[in-house]
Design a protein around this ligand. Sequence first.
Ligand SMILES: [Zn+2]
Length: 648
Amino acid sequence: MLVGYLPVTKLECFTEQRRSNVIHQLFHHCMESLLEPLKTVGKTGKEMTCADGWVRRVYTILAAYVADFPEQCLVACCLESRCPRCLVLPNDRGSTAWSNPRDQKEITEILRQRAEGLKPKAFVSQGLRPVNPFWADLPYTNIFQCFTPDIHHQLHKGLFKDHIVTWCTEAADGGSDEVDGRFKSMSRHPTLRHFKKGISLVTQWTGNEFKNMEKIFLGVIAGTVDEQVIRLTRAVVDFISYARFEVHTERSLDQMDRAWSAIHENKNILVELHIRKKFNIPKFHSLIHYVSAVHSHGTLDGYNSESPERLHIDFAKVPFRAGNRRDYTAQMATWMSRHDAVRRYEMFLRWAKGNGVIENEEDDDNGEAKQRKRQETEEDVEVEGCRNYKVAKNPGYGNVTVDDLINKFHAADEHFLWYLQEFLLAHSFHIPASPNIPIGVFKRLTVTLPQIPQVAALDPATLRDTIRTILPEPPQDRREAVPAQFDTVLAFEKAGLTAFSDPLNPLKGAYFFPHRCKSLADCYRDASKKDLSVAQVRVIFKLPPEYGHFDIPLAYVEWYTPLQSYVPSLGMYQISRSFRNRYRRASIIPVDQIVQSCHLIPKFGTKTGRTWEPENVLNSADTYYLNPDLRLHDFVLFRYMDPTSSRT
Ligand SMILES: [Zn+2]
């Protein structure tokens, strides 16, 4: 809720010397009057109706202050070369040593003495500014404990984009040209933004772009920088992933702490490479307070400054543009209070008429649109007996002959028929398969990822995992050619092992039950070594009715080598295409043997292959890394839960 606007004025009436102090004091003065009611209510309490309908006496205490670094310093009355939470000296900000926390009582007293014209020594040693702070009289508040970490500014934008990306690009053989080339030829995934022009030319960065870079950056720089730079980058990416967890345990916090230690153990390589002299950077120091902030304030997703930044648009920019820009503060305040009134009245109507009345009215207006939407979503139907798998009701490519799959679309090699025969025999079905049989070919399979506690997934779309098998199409008239896209997956190679279908089987079912987190770990520990493999899905199909006893669609997949070779510095499995007698090792499996999609990063080595493009890179490179940073789900499976990863 918007409580008030703060004035932004240059205060040109003051001399330049005094101006900055007066601006700081003005901010504190405004905040004091905004928070005035907290002083009495914090002490005496006030009866309030809670969401459950009970009335309770509530004591409102300032407990958290979400702000970026300059504003934190402004609130804490400290210089920007200091930490708003602790008394670290400017030159020690790159070290791992703990400093005493700032003390509210002590600092209030120092500032009071200074205001009286005295010159307390601590004023200089603690790096303070002469301000009469708004928080001095707030009951039970320790303002220095209120500052929460800021994933958006400190990690994604600060530590990762501004520092690590810049340093690693400098450290890379071939510099930004080489790094750009690798971004351009990166293999695709539906959840991954493709950097068509590399990264060095991008001038306007959004939060979404930082996050997409983080997903692949480690694999991008592998081979072109010193191994210790890799370890440093991996520690940073790990730290950021742990900071994004929406549920923490002592174990995950311990892992986060280890990542922090690893950053410090490996940072000096940048000094040796003459890229940096020191690490006296506020964002670098801020990491020291992350674990304790989770202990005191809960997981960090609740304090991300991305949401208030969004509110800046709704509460400031939109109301400003709505008026004629004269006497805009009054206009904006009126606009805000009217909108607030309309919103409350709507809520009242909804409550008075019974829930959902307003939605129903809208429904009448958009009835047609809704129906269209329903038809669209109906296109994907659950696979019989496996509620986590969906394919289109009717195969997207209709019926395609085996011969066309092999010779026209190159989706399968000539052994497809042999594998089909083998699959049919294994299921005691003795109709010989012929190259002319038409099979129903799908464009994609959708798998629902398991609910895991680390990802809240309030929006079901975050759990939707799409696996595409797009057949190539030549250009026709004005339509451009469609490149082939065969996605990679994690799948059980052994027949009979499925990810979701059988909740009664302890191994298979483990993946199904989200709340049994330990079982998920067990599943992974047991499965990763011997049962789970990476494969590229070439065809998703269903057999014609004469083979009708297979309810579940089938997938023709080409396997990669088992998950055995682990690269400790990268923390990734290294795999390559698997061959048998010079042909790709393949099989036909029911789609419920597929666990989820995965992303393979080509091993670029010291130099990118010149002909590598996102469209062909899965066939061009010799070796690939299985990407653990694609989504938090992948991170939990391959880093947090994988025992191989925690040993390194
Ligand atoms: Zn600090």
